[in-house]
Design a protein around this ligand. Structure first.
Ligand code: SF4
Length: 515
């Protein structure tokens, strides 16, 4: 008997919300391993293991519930869908609207032999809180630069999260100012390891043999099932949430996870629903088990930033990929792929975390890696590809706005200024500088912390543009008070450092739209 086919992408793996037939006998499910997508970038091997293992676990789970499930290897998603239509004699195809522009285009242009029905990925029953159109409408209500805080307040009101009689809980919308403590004299809690299942081990073996990918499979411990995701959630709630806010921006040598949730991958695979996480965190506050600054900080990331970024992505694509407001064009330094090549302790800590785990936390992403790429004026698309390939939780819809918009100011549609900082910020928020080859107090010369001369080099090069921002224009007074000799020395130190950077030469290829 011919039945409909349901294509489940590896971003749609929630057991109750995935796009599957209404009953086990009402259709066939297909999951596809796309060769083109898997080889489009030199993805971190742990990311590939995570996605493949999560897909195969999902398939096993569905089969155990009586569904008919094909897991197909194909050149592209489109090929895999058509192949399965032919094999199963399917009458029509159902799928969620893709989250990434490339696949959305490919499905739109595909000429399948049966009708394709795309379903909303957000709103009630979806994996985001808003439908795509609702999110775009909420952005359109803003007049000038798109602002996350405006979007976030609207979301708080709309979903009634952390609200008390129509007002924000505690009287303020954001407690970000309380969430910038350095982690002095405290130790992050231990992290329990998610044990690889036999199926995960099989994927680890498989992926370890694949050439042209970054990182190793050893030590893989990302959640790939809903049960594992719930375990990580419960550990976060019990062990980390109470201090998550205080030390959200802090960094320590050798500490990868700090007080962070490690749940972004589970959210992006849809093993967890965003409102489930928001509700769990809000409940801890209501029970008096977590402070407001921690709870609001986490909720702002999920209810605010995640939904906002998705809306910005759809609004700015496809132009966002080629956006380069500051005309940055330096190649990505080789040490991004080979962290042992840099003597900068803060960069080495963050880059090694990415190479080992496929992860670094948000301040390492923004204020270390992003800040460096901004000040060194690295071509935004090269930085974007590196983030997309290297981070286990990176998909284009989330990494592109974060890299091009937030970190590099290449697309200034939603940031009012570049997030540029000298070594002082890193020294304040971490203990990296004490063990660094460079001296954070030195502003010029071979021992100067590279962030210091790079900061001024960047500010001077873009003075005409940046001076229009009142918060940045004040900084130029500091520069103007330096003697011409001191200014020249700073620029020369920056230039010498930039000249010493070896460009990346791995020969890997990148295909943004491959799917
Ligand atoms: Fe980073 Fe500069 Fe500190 Fe070294 S001295 S860790 S390069 S901020």
């Amino acid at each position: 008997m011919s039945l409909p086919l349901y294509f489940v992408g590896p971003w749609d793996l929630h057991p109750d919300l995935a796009c599957v037939p209404p009953s086990p006998t009402a259709g066939t499910v297909v999951l596809i391993e796309s060769r083109a997508k898997g080889s489009a970038l030199p993805y971190h091997r742990k990311k590939l293991v995570m996605i493949l293992s999560a897909m195969h676990h999902f398939a096993e789970d569905l089969r155990a519930r009586g569904y008919t499930v094909d897991v197909v290897r194909a050149e592209t998603y489109v090929d895999g869908i058509q192949q399965t239509i032919d094999n199963r004699g399917a009458t029509e195809v159902h799928a969620l609207t893709p989250r990434e522009w490339g696949l959305a285009q490919a499905l739109e242009k595909a000429t399948f032999s049966v009708p394709l029905h795309l379903h909303e990925d957000g709103g009630p029953g979806g994996h985001f809180l808003l439908t795509k159109q609702e999110a775009l409408d909420l952005l359109s209500a803003q007049k000038k630069t798109l602002r996350m805080d405006v979007f976030y307040r609207a979301m708080r009101k709309r979903f009634g999260v952390l609200m008390a009689e129509g007002k924000p809980e505690g009287g303020k919308w954001s407690y970000d100012a309380d969430n910038r403590k350095p982690a002095k004299g405290v130790t992050p809690p231990p992290t329990s390891v998610v044990q690889p299942t036999p199926l995960t081990q099989k994927m680890m073996e498989r992926v370890s043999r694949w050439p042209n990918h970054w990182g190793q499979v050893d030590g893989f411990d990302w959640p790939v099932t809903r049960a594992q995701a719930l375990t990580v959630l419960s550990e976060f709630l019990d062990q980390r949430l109470p201090q998550f806010g205080d030390y959200q921006d802090a960094m320590l040598n050798g500490e990868v996870w700090m007080w962070h949730a490690r749940l972004s991958t589970a959210l992006n695979l849809s093993l967890l629903h965003p409102m489930e996480l928001i509700a769990a965190v809000e409940a801890r506050y209501a029970e008096g088990r977590a402070p407001l600054n921690a709870v609001e900080g986490l909720i702002r990331q999920i209810l605010g930033w995640r939904e906002f970024i998705r809306a910005v992505y759809w609004r700015q694509m496809p132009g966002m990929r080629s956006a380069n407001h500051l005309q940055a064009n330096r190649p990505l330094p080789k040490f991004f792929w080979e962290p042992e090549r840099t003597k900068m302790k803060c960069m080495s800590e963050a880059l090694s975390a990415v190479k080992t785990h496929g992860y670094a936390h948000h301040i390492q992403r923004l204020m270390i890696l992003g800040n460096f790429a901004l000040l060194a004026e690295v071509d935004p698309i090269e930085v974007s590809h590196w983030f997309w390939a290297g981070f286990v939780d990176a998909y284009e819809w989330v990494e592109l706005p974060n890299v091009h918009g937030m970190a590099l100011y290449a697309d200034p549609s939603f940031t009012t200024k570049p997030y540029a900082a000298s070594g002082n910020y890193i020294n304040k928020m971490s203990n990296h500088c004490r063990g660094c080859h460079y001296k954070v107090k030195d502003k010029t010369g071979p021992t100067a912390c590279p962030f210091n001369p790079l900061f001024w080099n960047f500010m001077v090069r873009h003075r005409e543009l940046l001076t229009q921002n009142p918060r940045l224009s004040r900084l130029y007074g500091n520069w103007d008070r330096k003697t011409p000799e001191a200014q020249q020395e700073a620029i020369q130190t920056a230039q010498d450092f930039l000249d010493s950077l070896e460009p990346s030469d791995h020969g890997w290829s990148f295909h943004d739209d491959a799917c």
